[in-house]
Design a protein around this ligand. Structure first.
Ligand code: SF4
Length: 682
């Protein structure tokens, strides 16, 4: 049956976690905003406006391909699927299911991710992860442990009521532009103070009343100093501490060892500025924290977030409108991919795989019990390629560009016996594939995605995949049918049937329905029998089920890379016009026209010491590799630090980043790499 409607239907932007409503008109070939649950006036940013360009792009994969030596040859779907089934079955038979790894996708739908994790677990392995691992796994770990839910505590709508925003390690003006323009900026213009903690002045800083240009890797000294100011100056919320917080005395004792001036200098910020920022946050009637990858993407990312949570607890900024701790999630379904269990340690609903009751509950619906041993995370999987892992399926991700220490990752990809890539384009990862399966773009698919403030929304198709390309959900179900034991359900009558099943195993979605979402949204947690989802979390009780959460002493640990006198610290981030590995946005003529090449931001004094002029080609080198890139001299970046994005395959900035992992969340250290920078000579 044709997916092509007579009128354009409402869908959701394929890029960031804001979740703006956009639609694709196959007649005009353009994308436009509609008045969605988040972009209530139909506003969209340049990425959303250019999203149509990838739909009928000439480079779209239109037929399955299999490797033939150094090239790929087109084959039928039957042949391609048979090849995957045979290769994966042989691996399972010879080395067991844990010799396979599955990369799910945080910019694909809940239903697709749910089916993929079910496929992995049906085969007998928990080796399934998605690129949330690389952006906010540390936030989810810290918030899950202390508060009981790894998600925004509040809603975008109620956050407009805050009197102060503490934005730590995030740049919403460029990375979540509609949240910034439609929710934060109007509040700031109305008098809400904005404290920005970031080593770089960027578009968010322009709206800030306070800027703390923290040294990458030194967030904990800064946040502990803020906590100390709050306690020293009696800015704590005593009633909240008495009723909702534990460990108050032990934390006070810990703070006795914190010297505000020393910590501020260690973090590279002015002590008076830090005190002023601490007061602005703590004296506000209602203060909200926003956090991003500047906090989470560190070898101590989980502890960074723990230090942030302390501030919210000390000041009683939890459980009320306009408060809380609010991670700004990256891709359009990074929240949902985790919710539905595309993670190696938890089943749908963040229920640990080690919990026998959770496994039994899943077995009641799935007809098989998932394995009890946690699987490998994304980076751990790439480390194991060619050793414990012989085969992998990569769905809608581009780890050859996004994983740290990229040269090592690429070497590892070559060691796999069978790599299967399901994607829209022949990405840098697909170059290493044995089988490439052509999938579907946002304008072609139906299903649900969950945005950054926990709203589940529906995508609707407006056109059909080109050539022999197929809907991703159909491909994943076909793989499930070919690989899993008989009797395990992989035959669904479309995404609605999958959604119905996932609400049976995902307690936070239990009360939702596909029809109920309609062109609006339903927010989790939405328990069975409830009339609607919960907006502000932790109001009377934390989602952990407890009335209280604890304060936690967090000690600074030095960054992994030691920085020699002649070296600088490389930190990475995003820009407005591009997204993640750039696999989609680099193919958009409009976005490339707006921002074509990557540049290295370097402070003029650091450049002068190296005889580097604006626009010079420079060579940047770390212990892992080197790249050549154009220098952009700007005082916006703090001295001693350089900045580049991770959106490009050339220069491949992740050649320089390290793969030391946070001990809890296993997120890599992306934000602190010691590098030399010098003029590039041919
Ligand atoms: Fe898409 Fe995010 Fe831009 Fe909205 S803000 S149009 S979701 S990229």
């Amino acid at each position: 049956m044709s997916n092509r409607p007579t009128q354009p239907r409402e869908s959701i932007c394929p890029y960031c976690g804001v979740g703006c409503g956009i639609t694709y008109n196959p007649d005009s070939g353009k994308a436009t905003g509609w008045k969605g649950p988040v972009n209530t006036r139909g506003e969209i940013c340049p990425k959303g406006a250019a999203a149509w360009e990838i739909v009928d792009h000439e480079d779209r994969l239109t037929t399955p391909l299999v490797r033939d030596g150094e090239t790929f040859v087109p084959v039928s779907w039957e042949t391609a699927l048979e090849e995957v089934t045979e290769a994966f079955s042989e691996i399972v038979e010879t080395d067991g299911p844990d010799a396979l790894g599955f990369f799910a996708s945080s910019n694909c739908t809940n239903e697709e991710n749910y089916v993929l994790q079910k496929l992995a677990r049906g085969l007998g392995t928990n080796n399934v992860d998605n690129c949330a691992r690389l952006c906010h796994s540390s936030t989810v770990a810290a918030m899950g442990e202390r508060f009981g839910a790894g998600a925004m505590t509040n809603t975008l709508e109620d956050l407009e009521e805050a009197d102060a925003y503490l934005v730590a390690g995030a740049n919403p003006a460029e990375q979540h532009p509609i949240i910034f323009r439609s929710y934060l900026l109007p509040a700031v213009r109305d008098g809400t103070e904005l404290i920005h903690v970031d080593p770089r002045e960027n578009d968010t800083t322009k709206a800030a009343t306070h800027h703390l240009p923290v040294k990458p890797g030194f967030d904990i000294p800064l946040l502990n100093a803020v906590a100390k100011v709050i306690v020293e100056e009696d800015l704590t919320d005593e009633a909240f501490l008495e009723t909702r917080v534990e460990g108050v005395d032990a934390f006070a004792e810990f703070l006795e060892g914190v010297a505000v001036d020393d910590n501020a200098r260690q973090a590279g910020v002015d002590p008076d500025d830090l005190r002023a920022a601490a007061r602005a946050y703590a004296e506000a009637d209602r203060a909200a924290i926003f956090t991003g990858m500047g906090m989470s993407q560190h070898h101590c990312g989980t502890d960074n977030v723990h230090a942030l949570l302390n501030l919210a607890l000390l000041t009683g900024n939890v459980g009320e409108r306009g408060t809380g701790v609010n991670p700004l999630r990256g891709q359009n379904n990074v929240q949902g991919a985790g919710d539905v269990g595309a993670l190696p340690n938890v089943l749908p609903g963040y229920r640990p795989v080690t919990d026998s009751e959770a496994r039994e509950d899943a077995a009641d619906v799935w007809g098989f019990e998932p394995p009890a041993t946690p699987g490998l995370t994304e980076v751990e999987m790439t480390h194991a390629f060619g050793e414990d892992l012989r085969g992998a399926l990569v769905f809608g991700e581009n780890p050859a560009v996004t994983e740290p220490n990229a040269d090592r990752v690429r070497e590892r990809f070559e060691k796999l016996d069978c790599l299967v890539v399901l994607d829209l384009f022949e990405t840098e990862t697909a170059e290493y594939a044995d089988v490439i399966l052509p999938g579907s773009a946002w304008a072609e698919k139906a299903g649900t995605v969950t945005n950054t403030d926990r709203q589940v929304m529906r995508m609707r198709p407006n056109t059909e995949p080109p050539g022999d390309a197929r809907l991703d959900l159909a491909v994943l179900c076909a793989l499930g049918e070919g690989l899993a034991d008989d009797g395990v359900r992989f035959e669904y009558d479309g995404p609605e049937a999958v959604f119905e099943e996932l609400t049976e195993v995902l307690p936070q979605y239990a009360g939702m329905s596909y029809a109920g979402i309609g062109t609006g949204s339903q927010r989790w947690p939405f328990p069975a029998g409830a009339e609607e989802g919960v907006c502000v979390l932790h109001s009377d009780r934390f989602e952990s089920g407890r009335r209280t959460a604890n304060l936690r002493a967090v000690e600074h640990v030095d960054p992994v890379d030691e920085v020699a006198d002649d070296e600088l610290v490389l930190t990475t981030g995003r820009v407005l016009q591009h997204f993640n590995s750039g696999a989609l946005t680099r193919r958009s003529e409009t976005l490339v026209r707006m921002r074509g090449e990557d540049v290295l931001q370097i402070h003029p004094e650091d450049a002068e010491r190296r005889d580097i002029a604006d626009g010079d080609s420079v060579r940047v080198e770390s212990d892992r590799g080197s790249v050549t890139i154009e220098a952009d001299l700007t005082p916006a970046i703090r001295r001693g630090t350089v900045f580049a994005t991770f959106h490009y395959a050339d220069p491949l900035i992740n050649r320089l980043t390290g793969d030391t992992l946070d001990p809890v969340a296993k997120i890599p250290e992306y934000k602190h790499s010691a590098v030399t920078v010098e003029i590039h000579r041919e």
